[in-house]
Design a binder for this molecule. Structure first.
Ligand code: PLP
Length: 320
């Protein structure tokens, strides 16, 4: 019964989603995928003591463009600081490592890059004093996170973690257990994604995306104090809205505003700009992707694929 439900919800997959790739970067070395293994008693595996990033590469006719590479490594090291992990590499060293890795793998197609800093093998002390801190980068071909043009979402019964518990502002591995609870419930109930409320019952974010509501031509998004990750896609959309003369308000968002929104979309590196067409089975607006979402999604795609830099050429890193 359990397996049936999971299969219906697409949770049990018969094939692995990510294919092994030739090389991985780990602790300063480009190493083969097969050799890049970690001890079974690695602290991070047991306690979630790691921080990570998700970066996208977009293949063009003659190059591969990485979006906001520097900002992702800045956020990675900020997450590490929050978890009190000491990484021995600087942002610039990690950016160079990332480029070296992608070139070693000769990756030219759309891809996803996963840097991770994590506590390694030493013992079971939760304080991990003097334990090894490992840094790795993995890059692999990747197209889309949601294979659907419009998402049916629910409001989750799980509360988003919050700063005094495990800070959502940091991409801490263990934080994602909170997202997993919400995501699996949503999938089993036939939804594409869950929207989580924070500890005071206001809208926070999706399990791996930020959320924007469109109302009367304006954008409304939960503020950084609403238990969200400060998403780089969120920041990019706020910037592009300015360029498109669309007003953005960052504030607390009530659950009921999701039911009266004209449009809703989610933003994330993996998800891109993902329109939401229903919340708790209630159609958003007319139940179709709206014009503001369409306009911003197009601008975002033009930006990441190098068609228009909208005054931010520093956001694009050419690999070759
Ligand atoms: C919980 C959470 N919120 C929001 C986001 C969106 O952040 P970004 O746009 O930087 O990918 C992510 C993805 O990293 C996430 O995991």
């Amino acid at each position: 019964m359990r397996v049936d439900l999971e299969q219906q919800a697409g949770i049990v997959k018969t094939k692995t989603e990510i294919q092994p790739i030739d090389f991985v970067w780990i602790n300063g070395q480009v190493t083969s995928w097969e050799e890049a293994t970690i001890p079974i008693m690695s602290h991070a595996l047991h306690y979630g003591t790691g921080v990570f990033e998700g970066i996208r590469g977009y293949g063009t006719n003659d190059n591969l463009l990485l979006f906001r590479l520097h900002d992702h490594f800045v956020r990675l090291l900020e997450s590490a600081r929050i978890l009190d992990l000491e990484c021995k590499y600087s942002e610039i060293e990690l950016e160079n490592a990332c480029l070296e890795l992608i070139r070693s793998n000769k990756l030219k197609e759309d891809c996803y890059i996963r840097p991770i800093i994590f506590v390694g093998f030493s013992g079971i002390n939760l304080g991990f004093i003097n334990y090894p801190i490992n840094t790795a980068i993995i890059a692999f071909p990747f197209k889309t996170y949601f294979g659907k043009p419009g998402l049916d979402v629910c409001v989750s019964s799980w509360t988003r973690t919050y700063d005094p518990v495990t800070p959502p502002m940091a991409k801490i591995c263990g934080n994602y257990v909170n997202s997993v609870f919400a995501k699996r419930d949503a999938a089993k109930n036939g939804y594409d994604e869950a929207i989580m409320l924070n500890s005071v019952g206001k809208v926070s974010e999706g399990t791996g995306e930020n959320i924007f509501v469109v109302k009367n031509g304006m954008l409304i998004t939960p503020s950084l104090g609403s238990s969200i990750l400060g998403g780089l896609t969120r920041d990019t959309i706020i910037y592009l809205s300015g360029r498109n003369r669309i007003r953005v308000i960052e504030r607390e968002v009530a659950r009921s505003e999701l039911y009266t929104a004209d449009e809703i979309f989610l933003t994330g590196t993996a998800a891109g700009i993902a329109p939401v067409i229903s919340v708790d089975r209630r159609p958003v607006g007319n139940g179709k992707v709206g014009p503001v979402t369409e306009r911003l999604a197009k601008a975002y795609f033009d930006l990441v694929s190098g068609r228009d830099d909208f005054g931010h050429s520093d956001w694009i890193t050419k690999v070759y």
